[in-house]
Ligand binder design. Structure first.
Ligand code: BGC
Length: 724
């Protein structure tokens, strides 16, 4: 640290401090700032002392302040920016609250709730030493075989965009200098979810039209919400890896959208250019490529440092590009207050903040809002108060790791400080039922993932026979979730299927609770269970939320943010399909999704009527205004998610048969009726034409309003766009 230098003076403007600091930096110090190194894979202290590293990832706790101290003792004393995958809570740390996954949260359709999740995650991240979360995922779901479906907000660009904005607001707060704020990172830019066959990180074939019409929308929303960082995807689009794609990283992001924040590559993207994608021969080609194409920070490609220093010195990499990237990184460090009052993390607060009572309550509420009731034959749920015994059966009934999902402590990425998450910090489904039920609860695992389970199935069926009802908790296993874990098959595994069939044979009421990362093909369950609750990966309070719904303390309100297929071969099954002559059917499958986007039941019934378009002749820049009547005709209070879809009836290019353009969460007391107002901005009616231009075309549009994307749930009307 240089005493009394302008850049150390907190009372001066960031611009002055930045100019001063840059003017003092050597080439080595500048290139070092561009490097982000995985602290679990390298000697972090050495990287700070010898290579001036700018950022470290996946380090938490005491070690962060120790490393910050080492950084303070270097010549310029530039602080380290610590990044972490705080994906649904800061859950790589073993003591934090764990929220439902992004996909689960999307089932709430609840922006304020998602913002609160972001806020709490930020607080729980700050006290563990990190400043930056690699979240949210803005990629919209396409092929369900993809292992990372759980990480996004579902299949609809508008819903995903709204929730991305909300979580970013939560992470970053009003001002990122605030002691509770962290940087958000919109990823993986862009089109990552479109990988062929649902396979992760491989070539994507994507036209510019489709890119703009589907994949860029949520990213644009993130940028407009002030997201400070963007992560480039692993994949190549039409032959160009994202980190080597100047069209994406410069033309779209900077020139078109005016993004001023920092672009980070994904993990070793630079190395991938010559290790797996072979668009570069070696680091000598890859280093100048990623710099020229618009990346600022290079995530974990250790060889980048030495080669880049050498090439800048030899005049083969333009120092101006290095300076620009360095400025963006240092600006964030100044803005965060890392040179000043926030240099050292308030680690002593961790014990009070992490998984505190209010945070657990928020997690419980988030889990509750995220649960979707998919079937409820003869009002099986809520369970009657007269019930005497329940058999809780299944491999996910008491399985902490499967319940919490990906990016949690011991998951694929490893626990950050080597400790395990304490068992008592998670309420499993079994725990939740036991705590809420005064009668007899019996439990059997029923089968074990990956092990022969016939004897377990038989034992479980025996136990089930003795009970009044069966709650079967099945789904997927953590080894089927996340990076490197794409699936070719979306069925329940054979043992769980046998288990369910054996339970069905007892003739007891069968309630299935799904603990799974993403939609599975479960037509047997849809047909044979009496009730089905989709609980996803509901976080560490999930068991309480499930029990509250089972016993009727709360009525389910979640709606699917993603469609369920009858069979894996029905891919893609998302609702916003393009129109086609043959109707998109297979001869051996029903034409529609098993459970459609937007669908979800409650313990009451809401009727829709009187759809009215208030301005059926729409002129440029005018908002579309719609009203609809909703009536809760049942006995219980509820929250109805009113959904508005649009179809451009005739357009110069094919456009989706329906697209979500607005929604509202409406509280309705039992018997209550309300008029709901919805509006759609004019520009939301735009399509991307053959030349890649975004425009609204004149003519008729259908507007559909109702309880889900299914035709039978929608009221219809029309309006006309004129004067364009
Ligand atoms: C993932 C990113 C993640 C990064 C850092 C990569 O493998 O694709 O989503 O943020 O690792 O852990």
């Amino acid at each position: 640290m240089i005493q009394d230098a302008v850049y150390t003076n907190a009372s001066l403007s960031i611009q002055n401090r930045l100019d001063d600091l840059i003017s003092r930096m050597t080439i080595e110090e500048k290139v070092g700032q561009l490097c982000q190194i995985d602290g679990q894979q390298a000697d972090a202290a050495e990287w700070i002392r010898e290579r001036h590293v700018g950022s470290l990832l996946h380090m938490l706790g005491e070690v962060t302040n120790e490393l910050q101290q080492i950084a303070a003792q270097t010549r310029l004393g530039i602080p380290i920016l610590f990044g972490i995958d705080a994906i649904h809570g800061n859950a790589l740390h073993p003591d934090t609250v764990v929220f439902p996954t992004q996909l689960a949260l999307a089932s709430s359709w609840h922006s304020e709730l998602v913002e609160q999740v972001g806020r709490i995650t930020a607080k729980e991240t700050v006290v563990t030493g990190a400043h930056w979360t690699f979240s949210p995922v803005c990629d919209v779901a396409r092929d369900l075989r993809w292992g990372r479906i759980d990480e996004g907000f579902g299949e609809d660009p508008y819903l995903a965009g709204e929730l991305c904005k909300a979580i970013i607001k939560g992470y970053q707060g009003q001002d990122i200098r605030h002691p509770d704020s962290i940087l958000a990172c919109a990823k993986h830019f862009a089109g990552y979810s479109e990988g062929q066959g649902g396979r992760d990180a491989i070539e994507v074939d994507l036209s510019e039209r489709k890119m703009r019409a589907f994949h860029l929308k949520a990213f644009r929303a993130a940028v407009d919400a002030g997201c400070r960082t963007i992560m480039a995807g692993y994949h190549a689009i039409d032959g160009t890896p994202c980190s080597a794609n100047a069209w994406l990283l410069k033309s779209i992001l900077r020139d078109e959208w005016g993004f001023e924040g920092m672009v980070v590559t994904d993990y070793n993207n630079t190395g991938q250019l010559y290790q797996t994608q072979y668009t570069c021969a070696n680091i000598q080609e890859a280093a100048p490529t990623v710099i020229a194409c618009g990346n600022d920070m290079i995530m974990h490609t250790p060889d980048f440092y030495t080669m880049t220093v050498k090439m800048v010195k030899a005049g083969k990499i333009d120092i101006q590009n290095i300076d620009n990237a360095c400025r963006r990184i240092l600006r964030l460090k100044f803005e965060l207050g890392l040179f000043d009052e926030r240099r050292y993390a308030p680690l002593d607060q961790a014990a009070i903040i992490l998984n505190s009572t209010p945070h657990r309550q928020a997690a419980r509420n988030a889990a509750y809002e995220s649960i979707v009731l998919l079937k409820n034959e003869n009002n099986t749920l809520p369970l009657p108060t007269t019930l005497r015994s329940i058999a809780v059966i299944g491999p996910n009934a008491d399985h902490v790791r499967n319940q919490l999902g990906d990016w949690v402590g011991w998951s694929a990425k490893g626990s950050v400080d080597g400790r395990k998450r304490p068992r008592q910090n998670t309420v499993t489904i079994l725990d939740g039922i036991r705590a809420h039920f005064d009668g007899t609860t019996t439990y059997h695992q029923g089968c074990e993932f990956g092990h022969p389970s016939e004897h377990l199935v038989a034992e479980a069926a025996q136990i089930a026979k003795q009970a009044d009802v069966i709650v079967a908790v099945v789904g997927d296993h953590y080894s089927q979730v996340g990076e490197f874990q794409d699936r070719a098959n979306l069925d329940l595994d054979a043992d769980q299927q046998h288990l369910l069939e054996a339970l069905k044979a007892t003739s007891k009421p069968l309630i299935v609770v799904l603990i799974n990362s993403k939609p599975l093909s479960i037509p047997w369950i849809a047909e044979n269970a009496d009730a089905v609750l989709e609980a996803w990966n509901p976080g560490n309070e999930g068991g309480t939320a499930v029990a509250e719904i089972l016993f009727g303390a709360r009525s389910p309100v979640g709606r699917l943010p993603i469609s369920f297929p009858h069979h894996v071969g029905q891919q893609p099954v998302y609702y916003n399909q393009m129109p086609g002559w043959h109707g998109g059917k297979y001869v051996d499958l029903p034409p529609d999704a098993l459970f459609a986007f937007g669908f979800g039941l409650s313990y009451t019934r809401v009727e829709y009527s009187d759809l009215c378009v208030l301005n059926p002749k729409l002129v440029p820049d005018e908002e579309l205004h719609i009203q609809v009547r909703v009536h809760n005709t049942g006995q219980r209070d509820t929250v109805e998610v009113v959904q508005l879809y649009i179809n451009d009836c005739v357009s110069s290019v094919t456009t989706p048969i329906k697209e979500l353009k607005a929604f509202a969460r409406v509280s309705l007391a039992a018997g209550e009726e309300k008029t709901v107002d919805l509006s759609v901005p004019f520009e939301a009616l735009a399509l991307i034409d053959r030349d890649g231009k975004t425009l609204v075309e004149p003519g008729e549009f259908d507007v559909m309003v109702g309880a889900s994307s299914r035709n039978e749930d929608l009221l219809r009307s029309t309006f006309e766009v004129t004067g364009v």
